[in-house]
Design a protein around this ligand. Structure first.
Ligand code: ZN
Length: 166
């Protein structure tokens, strides 16, 4: 495994649309292993392949709804993910490893259900609520070249960040 460099906002690859994965090969597994190590090292709750410069439909989401597991065990690998159901809304602060130190107020569904494939190509369905639902939406947006800063109704001020209102 190896750490990969996380691209920052302004990098053109973050604005591009990713392509569907069709080969569930060693190269994909290497990408997933590297992304997992990079996510854990960065201390984030999700990571999309375009953030490490790979324009493929691959995301990692840390399912914080699953308690009693280590951070590594909470990470779900999703290949070719699609949101198939959503309900409710939540409005709250959101950040991104590609936009370090900045947070914005974004409205997302409270519950989402996603279908995806695992690293071997097997299809599965997973649901999440709260932060996990927010994370599924945020990471899947990356695959369309969308950053949360484009969706935020406003960004948090330095004062709000300092007072811990994040
Ligand atoms: Zn992000």
């Amino acid at each position: 495994m190896a750490l990969r460099n996380i691209l920052k906002a302004g990098e053109p690859r973050l604005k591009k649309t990713s392509r569907v994965v069709t080969d569930f090969n060693d190269r994909l597994h290497q990408l997933l292993d590297d992304m997992k190590e990079t996510l854990l090292d960065a201390g984030g709750v999700g990571l999309a392949a375009p953030q490490v410069g790979v324009l493929r439909d691959v995301i990692l989401v840390m399912d914080t709804n699953r308690e009693g597991l280590s951070e590594e065990e909470q990470i779900i690998e999703l290949i070719n993910p699609k949101i198939v159901e959503q309900s409710g809304t939540q409005t709250g602060p959101e950040g991104c490893l590609s936009v370090p130190g900045e947070y914005g107020v974004v409205t997302r569904p409270e519950n989402v259900t996603v279908t995806a494939q695992d690293r071997y190509g097997n299809e599965f369905t997973v649901s999440g609520y709260g932060l996990t639902a927010r994370c599924f939406c945020h990471e899947i947006d990356h695959l369309s070249g969308i950053l949360f800063t484009e969706l935020a109704e406003r960004m948090l001020t330095p004062e709000e960040l300092e007072s811990g209102e994040e």
